[in-house]
Design a protein around this ligand. Sequence first.
Ligand code: ADP
Length: 241
Amino acid sequence: MTLEIDRITKSFDGDAAVLNEVSLTVKDGEFLALLGPSGSGKTTLLNLIAGLTKPDGGTLRLDGDDITTRPAGARRFGMVFQSYALFRHMTVADNIGFGLRVLKGKDRPTKPARRARVAELLDLIEMPDLGDRYPAQLSGGQQQRVAMARALAISPRLLLLDEPFSALDAQVRRNLRGSVRDLQQKVGVTAILVTHDQAEAFEIADRVAVMNGGIIEQVGTPADLAERPSSDFVRDFIGAA
Ligand code: ADP
């Protein structure tokens, strides 16, 4: 689906704007990274997209529908956020099926359909035999793949990823970049990744939006940004990483 972010503004408690008329279109099936230093507004923008925070001004449209005030629970977005860790007391299979069990009304699949969907996701993350394990019995990389499967189980309209690799060591992070990208491509979902890591953004994303002080400095493919940075900030930030 196509997400249109149209002049979104946000401040907290009357302070200076954390987001200042941010506009950006994320195309259907695209993997877009929001890249920038700490405090540049990336997480605030992702939380607004998720519906966890309300903007002071501006509009969010999904395939043309205004979703600016739609509650988070009604957006049907898949999220892999640091704050949504796996449920430790649930098996891997129950974690993956969680979002399906809490769907409402006609959207909620029957028990056999849920079981089949969980098996499909376990295959997709190449962990077909690990459904009965508990998160503590998995490696950090495996836990992250389960988190991806849990987010994808509901066939989300958008996939939102907030620094999904930050707790993992460098080698595991690098391996996971490829598998996250592969999963997104297989499913064909539009995805938005928040990261402060230039190498991560450049390896995973089709396009990268560089944020600085509540605005988007430049949006482009990794090659665009590397070859034609539009400002000193973009050149320095990309060069510095
Ligand atoms: P990033 O994800 O790029 O590190 P954030 O979106 O987390 O940036 O934060 C941008 C700015 O907004 C920071 O100055 C931060 O202190 C401020 N901020 C974020 N959330 C809140 C909040 N709930 N209340 C007050 N200030 C906030």
